[in-house]
Design a protein around this ligand. Structure first.
Ligand code: AMP
Ligand code: FE
Ligand code: FE
Ligand code: ZN
Length: 283
């Protein structure tokens, strides 16, 4: 079984529509994929229709951007939550709105030094999509300022850059609680990916686990080997589900569908724990 539980469509910062993403998953011979757009479930209906068409299993999901009180960025994957749960939806909407204001402010700063305006950036955002720095990067590529998203993130768009603006994001403990209350399965995304910036300290893991965290994404290209070993020991000690996935973003990142996989046993635990939405699992 080839199970990949982390992929993005253009409902956030992936480059393919949900239907094209599911078609790509079929081509990559995945048996099951999860759609985990940033702060949005907007792609679920289209992805489900495509999953039925291609006979690919689909776990509806989302990736919530969080920030701790100390300013550490944490990404929380969640699976099978109720997309209409009001408390969770309110929080996600608040974050999505803040992302828009933040992107506008970043573009104002960038426009002082680069030939870039808001229309250039909007042109790269699908209607209703969650906007992020990758869309600004795409506009910079189109304007010939950088060669690709990676170059943009290595310099102009890093969190240390003078053009960077932060945005509201929920505390990870609150996000875990909201996901559980919505019947979802919270899984800490790329928890030891140090290249993204500061990694959450052990007390953040403990607080999230105490709040109801159910899994950790261990096999992810951004988690270094020592960190993966530490995560596996933590998972064993605290009874967490271990996942592996690609974090595919279409042509926006080198990550390829199926480059890391989740075991059928782990998927089974996720499906058992998720009560807010049904997974589509043919077979
Ligand atoms: P934001 O959500 O605006 O904070 O932007 C973060 C997003 O940018 C993450 O979800 C990543 O998918 C993407 N990202 C971060 N670093 C890179 C990179 N080096 N190349 C391409 N995409 C990146
Ligand atoms: Fe992303
Ligand atoms: Fe992430
Ligand atoms: Zn992701």
């Amino acid at each position: 079984m080839r199970i990949d539980l982390h992929a993005h469509s253009n409902v956030s910062d992936g480059t393919q529509s949900p239907a094209d993403l599911v078609a790509a998953a079929a081509l990559a011979r995945l048996d099951v994929m999860a759609l985990t757009d940033h702060d949005s479930t907007g792609g679920w209906p289209e992805a489900l229709a495509a999953a039925r068409h291609h006979g690919v299993g689909l776990v509806p999901g989302m990736e919530i951007s969080c920030t701790t009180s100390r300013g550490v960025s944490v990404h929380l994957l969640c699976y099978l939550h109720d997309p209409d749960n009001e408390e969770l939806l309110d929080e996600i909407t608040k974050a999505k709105d803040a992302r828009l204001t933040r992107a506008e402010r970043m573009v104002v700063r960038l426009a002082e030094d680069y030939p870039l305006n808001w229309d250039d950036v909007s042109a790269h955002v699908a209607p209703g999509a969650t906007i992020g720095r990758p869309h600004i990067a795409d506009a910079m590529v189109a304007a010939g300022i950088v060669a690709d998203r990676n170059e943009a993130f290595a310099s102009i768009l890093t969190s240390h850059s003078r053009y960077f603006v932060s945005h509201y994001a929920p505390d990870p403990v609150l996000a875990v609680e909201l996901v559980r209350a919505a019947g979802g399965v919270p899984v800490f995304a790329h928890p030891v990916a140090s290249a993204r910036g500061r990694v959450a300290p052990p007390e953040v893991f403990n607080d999230m686990i105490d709040a109801g965290l159910l899994g950790v994404e261990v096999d992810h290209r951004d988690n270094p080997p020592e960190g993966r070993d530490w995560l596996r020991r933590l998972a064993k000690r605290r009874g967490l589900i271990v996942t592996g996935s690609s974090d595919y973003h279409g042509t926006g990142k080198p990550n390829l569908l199926g480059e890391n996989l989740t075991t059928p046993q782990a998927l089974e635990r996720i499906v058992e724990a998720g009560t807010g939405t049904a997974a589509y699992l043919p077979l």
